[in-house]
Design a protein around this ligand. Structure first.
Ligand SMILES: C[S@@+](CC[C@H](N)C(=O)[O-])C[C@H]1O[C@@H](n2cnc3c(N)ncnc32)[C@H](O)[C@@H]1O
Length: 740
């Protein structure tokens, strides 16, 4: 691809281009396990019937349906409309086989052929995508860890399955395809030779068949119109109360009907006064729609409703749809090792089709097609790039690290963002890359080495121990553990496994982490004083509500512009709850809007010192570092507005304490420590500390415990783990102090 083409594509931030990647990546979420079977199905002509118990198969049906709504082939029977063959009997298996031949026979540019080709591509995508991304071993070693953002709170990598499956299961031998298609053909037709004697008879037969096909197509169109209410009447989408009818009442839901009811309900909600049935409320339609969404896409009703409430019905539908297809494959050029132009050129030489992701990034390349696995090229092994979701660039771009600064990446593994920060700092200054999951720090270390990062120290603490571990940073990135509702396309299990409890526990952890992030920043930093809080979730509880909480608890920070050139503004109000008016400076990214993973990015500037650490260790490591002049922090700390929090209904301090305590006990058990013994010790410590406290006014006490993990960067720096970590509550208690 020439430069000219690349220049043309650049402009205002467009959504990442999926059109050319469809043959590689476009496939239904939930098909992961089914990908190889998809290929086998193709080979054998077998077709799986969708059942509610097996939603994976539903997606195959969805594919056809999705195309159907695009206009040309209502209900997926386009070929019949074209009067060629098929009719209602035209099924996926036929489509696949026919599609295979059409691919071979480039001469046809007929719409039906496009449709069929499209279907075949959808079926083949997983394998292709796996090929594109590379081998299993590296996946295990975490070397493909650029897919970091599908990281949910339990430390489970969401990117793993995205990075490949049994890529060699299907050999798409075109000869076989042709042979198989021949079996499908009418043999008598194929064998009968055209002669002067039989030409009239053959031509008559052909005419008759065309008439039959046309009649069949007409019938189908009529049926389709009935099903989709295309005539513009008020759609009858609500179940009659006493009637056990509708797509959902059957054992196996009729996906086609279900989908048309979803689109109809969206249409009604869009223009309620005109299209709703008399006497029916908006709430009834909404309830019906959410019910249908759960059934069709496989969400729990809890999550479907939560996500639905973020958008207008039409946008919600687009969001749910976008979650059914994978985002484009993107790589980030590692500018420590190479330049984007050089990297692009060498990959193009290896048969990779790529383009810059857009004007908004100078280092991203979107990969459309590749003859080689991207996780195993010499360029990859030489650390010239990392496979990384486009949205993962954004928090780092907002952080805007400067050369020679001191930066903390609080939750860093597997290191897509850490290594990007290092590249932007040109390997100068220092980065503390922390993660509480020791296993994941191995992938982090792997990436750091592969990408030639030399300014980073890896540590393994619960990030809530900062700034007691060390503080005084110019900038802090908190890419928080989250529910992953922005990356459902990567991990469809999120549709059902996130519960109300998650949306209470996670925000609690995120709030604690954010306060620690703020307290770890040096507000007097000449170049920085910034904190980035980001998640790959779209829920309000994990984003605006966390930011709102931090603003209340730390009046010494304010929201500032992220500097990102696109994204939707954060919510300033939501369901009656008012947030800080500056919340619009935070940015939301949606799969349906930009074809990137769902993401949230906010940026704070620290304007004054954080509260004094109440522990001796805190003073020694945190307050001392963040306040080089040794000043005692006098920032007034707001108290919890219980009522306000309750009104929003998701943060109950006392209830959270229970979970916190349980988590603390589990953490200790995992470390092989008996929580009861620690509790006993804790009591003794508290007594000892109260004596100590009276003795110590200016904490200079040395830290007693050695670091748990201290992988050194170029400078071989070792850091200590504060004793307080196991003994004290991880929560940074913020005492109310008065302004000076
Ligand atoms: C979204 S992922 C981070 C991805 C990473 N920033 C990247 O770009 O590669 C969240 C990470 O937080 C870590 N984590 C979860 N709870 C933590 C805690 N209390 N302290 C430190 N790290 C934590 C998880 O192990 C996980 O690696």
């Amino acid at each position: 691809m020439g430069v000219g083409r690349r220049m043309k594509k650049q402009g205002p931030p467009p959504p990442l281009d999926e059109s050319r990647i469809s043959s590689l990546m476009k496939r239904k979420a939930g098909d992961f396990d089914d990908s190889a079977r998809g290929k086998k199905r193709k080979a054998s002509g077998e077709i799986k019937v969708p059942t509610p118990a097996n939603p994976a198969y539903n997606h195959t049906a969805n594919s056809g349906l999705k195309l159907a709504t695009k206009g040309k082939f209502a209900n997926g029977f386009g070929k019949a409309q074209k009067g060629q063959k098929g009719g209602k009997g035209m099924r996926m298996a036929d489509a696949v086989m026919s599609g295979a031949l059409q691919d071979e026979d480039e001469s046809s540019d007929d719409d039906a052929a496009d449709f069929l080709r499209g279907n075949e591509k959808e079926i083949s995508t997983d394998d292709d995508a796996a090929d594109l991304l590379g081998g299993e071993e590296e996946k295990d070693a975490g070397l493909l860890g650029g897919e970091e953002d599908g990281m949910s709170e339990d430390g489970k990598g969401l990117g793993d399955e995205f990075l490949g499956s049994e890529s060699s299961v299907y050999d798409s031998d075109p000869q076989q395809e042709k042979a198989r298609f021949s079996e499908d053909e009418d043999e008598s037709d194929a064998e009968e030779k055209l002669t002067a004697a039989n030409i009239a008879g053959l031509s008559r037969r052909l005419d008759e068949r065309q008439e039959e096909d046309a009649a069949e197509a007409q019938l189908e169109l009529e049926e389709a119109a009935l099903q989709t209410n295309l005539d513009g009447d008020r759609p009858n989408v609500l179940d009659d109360e006493d009637e056990d009818a509708g797509p959902v009442s059957r054992l196996a839901p009729d996906l086609q009907l279900l989908r048309s009811r979803i689109t109809d309900t969206v249409r009604v909600l869009d223009d309620f006064s005109k299209l709703s049935e008399p006497g029916r409320s908006r709430a009834e339609y909404t309830a019906q729609l959410i019910k249908d969404v759960c059934l069709y896409y496989g969400y729990s009703s809890y999550l479907a409703e939560k996500l639905f409430n973020l958008f207008t019905p039409r946008e919600a539908f687009a969001f749910f749809e976008a979650n059914e297809s994978a985002r484009p494959v993107v790589i980030r050029t590692n500018t420590i090792r190479t330049h984007r132009r050089e990297l692009a050129q060498s990959l193009i030489n290896k048969g990779v089709t790529l383009e810059p992701v857009g004007k908004w990034s100078k280092v991203g390349l979107q990969v459309f097609e590749s003859q080689v696995p991207l996780g195993a090229t010499p360029e990859y092994l030489a650390g010239q790039y990392i496979i990384m979701a486009a949205s993962s660039f954004l928090p780092v771009m907002a952080l805007a690290p400067q050369e020679h600064e001191r930066i903390l990446d609080m939750t860093a593994a597997p290191g897509g963002k850490t290594t990007y920060i290092a590249a932007l700092m040109k390997n100068t200054g220092s980065i503390f890359a922390n993660d509480s999951n020791k296993n994941r720090t191995k992938a982090l270390i792997g990436n750091i080495h592969r990408l030639g990062v030399k300014n980073t120290i890896v540590c393994n603490h619960d990030a809530r121990e900062f700034p007691r571990v060390i503080g005084g940073f110019d900038r802090v990135l908190l890419d928080a553990p989250c529910s992953g509702t922005g990356v459902i396309a990567k991990d469809p299990s999120i549709k059902t496994n996130k519960t109300e409890k998650d949306f209470m526990q996670l925000p609690h952890l995120q709030k604690q982490l954010l306060l620690c992030a703020i307290d770890s920043v040096d507000h007097t930093s000449k170049t920085g004083g910034y904190i980035i809080y980001s998640t790959c979730s779209v829920s309000i509880e994990e984003n605006e509500q966390v930011v709102h909480y931090a603003l209340k608890k730390r009046p010494n920070v304010k929201l500032v512009e992220t500097g990102l050139t696109f994204g939707v503004d954060g919510f300033v109000s939501y369901m009656g709850k008012q947030f800080d008016p500056k919340m619009k400076m935070t940015k939301r990214f949606y799969p349906h809007a930009y074809n990137v993973d769902g993401f949230f990015v906010s940026k704070f500037k620290k304007t004054g010192p954080s509260p004094n650490m109440s522990t001796k260790e805190g003073v020694a490591n945190g307050a001392k570092n963040s306040d080089p002049l040794g000043m005692v922090d006098r920032t007034p700390i707001a108290t919890d507005d219980e009522d306000e929090e309750q009104a929003f209904g998701s943060f109950d301090d006392s209830e959270d304490e229970k979970y916190m305590e349980k988590a603390r006990r589990n953490r200790l058990r995992r470390k092989g420590i008996n929580p009861k013994a620690v509790n006993g010790k804790k009591k003794a410590d508290i007594n000892a500390k109260s004596v100590e406290k009276e003795e110590t006014t200016n904490g200079t006490t040395a830290v007693k415990h050695p670091s748990k993990v201290a992988t050194t960067g170029s400078k071989g720096i070792k850091h200590s783990k504060a004793k307080a970590s196991t003994n004290a509550s991880p929560r940074v208690k913020a005492p109310t102090v008065r302004a000076r």
